[in-house]
Design a protein around this ligand. Sequence first.
Ligand SMILES: C[S@@+](CC[C@H](N)C(=O)[O-])C[C@H]1O[C@@H](n2cnc3c(N)ncnc32)[C@H](O)[C@@H]1O
Length: 280
Amino acid sequence: MGGTEQIGAAWRRASQRIGRRDARRLLEHVGACTHADLIAHPERELSAAQSVQFADLLLRCEAGEPLAYLLGSAFFKGLEFAVSPAVLIPRPDTEVLVDEALKRAQALTAPRIVDLGSGSGIIAILLARLCPSAAVTAVELSAAALECARVNARRHSVQIRFLEGDWFGPLGTERFDLIVSNPPYVADGDPHLQQNGLPFEPQDALSDGVPGGDGLACIRTLIQGARKHLLPGGWLLIEHGYDQAVEVRDLLRAAGFAETASWRDGAAIERVSGGRQPIR
Ligand SMILES: C[S@@+](CC[C@H](N)C(=O)[O-])C[C@H]1O[C@@H](n2cnc3c(N)ncnc32)[C@H](O)[C@@H]1O
């Protein structure tokens, strides 16, 4: 691509390779312009540097890299979050976890909440924004993911205590009203890990990595550890795979949780299960 290509021509040409919508999103990103600009001023020329950047993004898009990584951002529940290849791309599946957590948080005065495996920070940040009285902690194993979450917390002007470490490890003996988590839950070797851009996402954010396992290793750890970190009446809410709800409820009951239940996502799939610390 030469340095004198007009943006409208670049859009038409790229549309034949990656589809019109993705081509538009990449051009808006590279040209720092809006959809309306593209339509109103197709004669605007890309600079040489913009052309090189656009050509690179086109190749990466054709190779299957998710648009969110190419753009460096993704939307979740109407808010824009920075994402990098160190974090899972936010999924609409996770909205039900935020909704169920929020109902419980908003019923309390100054609830103490912890998000385990915070990734880009979407859950912790949404809860902090929508329940301003909450004290929100986010724990994450990956330092690079934690940095991304910090950027997002600043972007959305919320105060969150970020802790680097392994699940409950950094929490000492602290207890919370609400423990939420969207942990890795895809079984190691699941063919889905090879599809739809998943090979570009951090594999240890998607799968527990246990060869021949059922994908529930992290969920077992969370359920086994949670009761020591919940206040009486506090809730543990966990996102899981489309076919894991029955097993997760069984694990919750076996660990002594009360009021165990599952909640469905927008596709009517049981996506989140949880239970309550008994009030003694
Ligand atoms: C499925 S991603 C969820 C990210 C984010 N909460 C979301 O919903 O988009 C799981 C996250 O758990 C983190 N994680 C994996 N093992 C962990 C561990 N042992 N302790 C803390 N975080 C862990 C991963 O790095 C990843 O960011």
